[in-house]
Design a protein around this ligand. Sequence first.
Ligand code: DX5
Ligand code: ZN
Length: 216
Amino acid sequence: MKRIVSPSILSADFGNLERDTLMLNRSKAEWVHIDVMDGVFVPNISFGFPVLKAVTKVSTKVIDTHLMIVDPIRYVEQFAKAGSDYVTFHYEAAEDVTACIDAIHAAGAKAGISIKPATDVSVLEPYIDSIDMVLIMSVEPGFGGQSFIANSLDKVRELKAMIAAHNTECIIEIDGGVSADNASQVYSAGVDVIVAGSAVFCAEDPEAEIVKILEA
Ligand code: DX5
Ligand code: ZN
């Protein structure tokens, strides 16, 4: 299976966003993770369209947008059209999950659903044939730099079995508390894409750290 790393620019230096985006362009990371927080779904506010556009203007990578916002249907189309290749919304935040998936696809992007640590993988079953990705949160969404919640890998294995049973192409991403120290276990459990924020941007050599995660 192919390993992908998606560095989260939440941990980048916003005063040097172009520099950090160019660093990612040179790196072995194939994706860039964009964490959008509204201060309502999560107790933190990050950034919105202007920052996304500043990244897409410079980035040559797959843009992986993670919406931690209430009522995602109001914004999914706009995030897709602003240059996201993947738009992922939270199951817990969506009133009509199918409508969100359809709106993302209609806008030309790939659709992902994310679940928080307390949400059961089984809630995804009705949608697994129509989505491109599931994002398992391995920390409570809201902040970078938290510790990995261990039972997240059980959820990955359960999801992997569900995807196999449905014989679909859906990929698995994990987000929160992943570094070169636990990346090997995470990929072995069946994860395709690792999001890494602080592990990459707090490293002395972020490009080398990305390679360490990929080769863990
Ligand atoms: C948390 C965000 C994550 C965060 C991960 O709500 O969704 O993407 O940036 O940061 P680390 O890798 O530092 O746990
Ligand atoms: Zn995220």
